[in-house]
Each structure stands twice: as structure tokens, then as C-alpha cells.
Design a protein around this ligand. Structure first.
Ligand code: MG
Length: 386
């Protein structure tokens, strides 16, 4: 999720807006008509005080299921599919079969209302009961308390999620959740080089070096940034997939397609929020796919681009279904915003949902039931079916 209100951020923080539990929504001028991206999505509420994972809110009476008793590693997603690679527009597993990964994206890790993404038992429950194969760790960079200000805390959150995913045989996306990563290139190169040195030998890990570029130009700004981060990663990890952020909040995959990075195991991000984005953005995706780019939807919501905040927020499930029909037809993998509890319609859970799993229908919030149902769908098929 984006942070378009950056220029207003210090004053908003100073005004205690986040502390008051309000989301920040700031419209920006939009000349394209399809990127009415807004943001804030702090998603923080009064529940934010519950971060220790030890309060009553996090101990679900619904409890865990037999899923917690462990699984044969061979039956896990990574056990079945192993090392991934990009072949044409598809992710292929080590047996030469296409793989469509589906799973949750964390909240900005610096703004989680409770440590859902870091909870191994809850992630296992989602793997076993919702069919999650991948989790995205969205490491915030610029906000107060995020990576630039507290790198040890942020990195440890990511390492917890990655290690849990390795233990559970799931894929994991390490996301540099930043709209101005080109201004933090040295930090990003150092971070991803370290991640590649630490985890590059595991087939689980996927790198995402730039969540949502804002208005930066692809060829002169984004491409050189990506090339620098790729060089760092490839110095330690020759093969794991790297998913590149594209212009205008990871929408302009068509512009990347006019000047792609011609290296192995590279994909490009496309993000959609179905109340804001429809057929014209899918057309950009088709343009890129037709030119051989592989797309990974590392973030989506069945809401407005602001993440479904505010009292007038609504779901757009019909358009979201059209997106899923398109992704399933093309074999496109995805992660859904966001694995947290709050009143934003992109939060999967209501207050009271445990971090440890066992989620009942009445604990689901907003697009949560739709996310679960789409995650449960198996769409594996042969390469020649695409
Ligand atoms: Mg590797």
C-alpha cells in the first residue's frame, strides 16, 4: 500500500493523527484517471496497543486445529514445487510445471495492529486452511519507527517471517515497502545483499525491491535502481526470483515492457484495487504480457486504492472477480493486502481474531472472505494451457 501523503507526513505525525488512530487519506492530482491512488492506510486503531501478541485479543478461543500438529515437508508448497524460475510469463517449478502462488501480504510491518505476519502458528493455519502458498513481508521504510529509523527491529520482523516460511515450506516475498526507494538506494542494496547472503540458498525467498514507485521515470530512475539492487542480490544468490516495482504505484508495467531488464528470473509488479482499477489497467498488463514480461500482483484489494478506509468505503467484488479471472487465465501469482485486523475493508480480520489462526467466518472483515475464497481455489494446470 502506498504512502502518497509523504509530503504531509511530518505535519500529520506532529498533529498526532496516527496516535489518534485515524487513517490518513490525501488525494493527489491524477492525470491518468486510473490511479486515483490515495493513502495513508496507517490502518491503526485503538487496537494498536495490542502488539505483544499476548492479550486476550490474541488468544482465540476458537483455537487451533490439527493443522498445528505439523505437516510432512514434502506436502508443503516448497516441498512440492522447490526452486522456482521465470520462463516466459510464467513461474515454473523445479519439475517444469507452472505455479500460481496465492497468499497474504502483511500490513506495513511498522503499523501492524498485532503481529499476524510474524506468528508461525497463524501462518501455518492459513497455509493449511486457506491454501496460502506465499506470504509477503511488507517492510516499511520511511515512516517513523520503520526501517530507516529502526533497522534492527524491521529486519528482525522480516527475518522472523522468512524463517517461519522456511520452516513451513512456504514462499516468502521480502518487500521494500517504499515509494521513494530510489532515494534510499544504498540502504536497499545493502539490505537485499544481506538478505541474499542469508537466504539466497533457500528456494523459499522472492525479492521485491520497490513496492510502489510514485511518479519516477522507468528508464532513467527505476531501471537503474533495480539494476543496482539486482547486482547486489545476484552477488550472493544467482537464481531466486526478483519482482520489480513499476511506475505510478506499480501500474505502468507497459512502460517497463518498452525497456525491460533482460536478465533471468525477473518479474514485474502490477497492483490493483478493484474500485479504482479495471479494464484499462488490465490492458497495460496484457501489453506487458504480450511482450514477454512476467507479472506478479504482489498487492491487491477489492476496494478503493486507499485500502477501503473511511465510513463510505465499499467493496467492488464484481470487478475484483474480473481481475481474478484474468490472473487465473494468465497464471499470475498474487498477494492480497492485508493480513491484519482493523476496520479498513482490506483488513482480513475484525477485532478479536487471534494471531494464531482458527479464524471463523464471523471474525472476517471487509474483503477477507473474498480473499480466503480466492486463495482456496486451485488453478494449477499445464504450461500449454496458458
Ligand atoms: Mg538461490
Amino acid at each position: 500500500m502506498k504512502l502518497l501523503a509523504r509530503r504531509n507526513w511530518p505535519s500529520l505525525l506532529g498533529a498526532g493523527v496516527l496516535a489518534a488512530g485515524c487513517s490518513i487519506i490525501t488525494s493527489i492530482p491524477d492525470h491518468t484517471g486510473e490511479s486515483a491512488d490515495q493513502t495513508g492506510v496507517g490502518g491503526t486503531t485503538a487496537e494498536s496497543t495490542n502488539v505483544g501478541g499476548t492479550t486476550a485479543d490474541d488468544t482465540n478461543a476458537g483455537g487451533t486445529t490439527s493443522a498445528s500438529t505439523g505437516t510432512d515437508p514434502a506436502d508443503t508448497p516448497v516441498g512440492k514445487h522447490g526452486q522456482l524460475s521465470v520462463q516466459g510469463t510464467l513461474i515454473m517449478d523445479e519439475h517444469g510445471n507452472p505455479v500460481q502462488l496465492k497468499g497474504p501480504s502483511s500490513m506495513w510491518l511498522n503499523w501492524e495492529s498485532a503481529p499476524y505476519a510474524e506468528n508461525k502458528e497463524g501462518l501455518q493455519w492459513m497455509r493449511d486452511n486457506w491454501n496460502a502458498k506465499v506470504i509477503r513481508a511488507a517492510m516499511g521504510i520511511t515512516p517513523a519507527g520503520a526501517y530507516l529509523q529502526n533497522p534492527t527491529k524491521a529486519k528482525n520482523q522480516v527475518k522472523t517471517i522468512v524463517q517461519n516460511a522456511i520452516d513451513l515450506g512456504m514462499y516468502v516475498i521480502i518487500d521494500w515497502h517504499d515509494g521513494t526507494a530510489d532515494q534510499h538506494q544504498a540502504d536497499a542494496v545493502a539490505f537485499f545483499t544481506e538478505m541474499a547472503q542469508t537466504y539466497g540458498s533457500y528456494p523459499n525467498v522472492i525479492y521485491e525491491p520497490f513496492n510502489e514507485p510514485v511518479k519516477q521515470d522507468w528508464s532513467t530512475v527505476l531501471k537503474p535502481y533495480h539494476e543496482a539492487v539486482i547486482a547486489g542480490i545476484r552477488s550472493a544468490d544467482p537464481d531466486n526470483i526478483i519482482v520489480l516495482g513499476t511506475g505510478n504505484y506499480s501500474q505502468f508495467v507497459d512502460l517497463a515492457a518498452t525497456d525491460p531488464i533482460l536478465l533471468p528470473n525477473i518479474m514485474y509488479t502490477l497492483h490493483f484495487y478493484s474500485c479504482t482499477h479495471g479494464a484499462s489497467l488490465r490492458d497495460r498488463g496484457d501489453y506487458a504480457l504480450d511482450r514477454g514480461l512476467a507479472i506478479f500482483v504482489t498487492e491487491w484489494g477489492a476496494t478503493d486504492a486507499n485500502g477501503g478506509t473511511g465510513s463510505s468505503a465499499t467493496l467492488c467484488l464484481d470487478e475484483a472477480q474480473r481481475w481474478h479471472d484474468w490472473m487465473n487465465q494468465k497464471g499470475i501469482s498474487w498477494a492480497a493486502w492485508k493480513f491484519d485486523k482493523c476496520t479498513d475493508l482490506t483488513c482480513y480480520f475484525k477485532s478479536g481474531a487471534a494471531v494464531t489462526g482458527g479464524w471463523t467466518d464471523d471474525q472476517l472483515n471487509g474483503h477477507g472472505p473474498f480473499v480466503r475464497d480466492r486463495m482456496l481455489e486451485q488453478t494449477e494446470r499445464a504450461a500449454d494451457a496458458y
